[in-house]
Design a protein around this ligand. Sequence first.
Ligand SMILES: [Zn+2]
Ligand SMILES: [Zn+2]
Length: 285
Amino acid sequence: MRIHAAILWEQGKPLSVEAADLGAPGPGEVLVEVKAAGVCHSDLHPARGDWPMKTPVVLGHEGAGIVREIGAGVKSVQCDDHVVFCWAPACGVCAPCREGRAVLCDRLERVTYRNRLPSGASHVHARDQAVAPFLGTACFADFVIVPEEGAIRVSPDVPFDALATVGCAVVTGVGAVTNAAQVTPGSRVAVIGAGGVGLNVVQGAAIAGCEMVIAIDLRPAPLEIAKRFGATHTIAAGEKMADAIRELTAGRGADFVFDTVGNPRTLTDALASARKGGTVVLTGL
Ligand SMILES: [Zn+2]
Ligand SMILES: [Zn+2]
């Protein structure tokens, strides 16, 4: 079928929105009409050329849509189901999967991180060549083909724009709180960076019943949003960040510090802001 896709032909150049051809879903695959997509920093890195990547590629890895066609053997979804994309679908049989750590699935390195589908199929073609699906998702397009386990059925009464970021920013942020850190109720938490992931760490910490959720960012606007997501305190990032956190925590430092930015400076600040025996979690890259 003919689709429209935002294709990155050359890193550092703008995406080109153009017509492309999309094949049919093979066994275990589903065709999804994309209704909304988020723009994650992990789309910007390859677009700008920060991460070397083979082109052409269709970017986009967080989004939501409606299943329009299913391939042979597909069981978990059917046509007209509303779905959220999961760009890290686990194989379910490798060692990390069997140990219950699907997020570390071995197949991700072999397949997803190389912008391939588990089936190995090349479904998108433009200008007479195959176009790779970024993280096996490629949802900067009006239709995509993803593996069945990369389309998670959700309730049809949730708006697509709210669902769009669930597959990356929300699971990364909330998952860092509930799975990686296993934050306990009453904890004092500091969150460096109030972007898509940081706001969801704030939200996760609020849901987890934290007593204090301190959001830190260079920009005032995200800090205002952080308050709506459950931040009890906000701090403008800068030289005195760790001091400000210690002041708020009676000199102790935070029980959990999340660095959602991930540069040497913020990591240093994160370590300086944690209490003795506290936990620092890195989600930024
Ligand atoms: Zn992402
Ligand atoms: Zn696996």
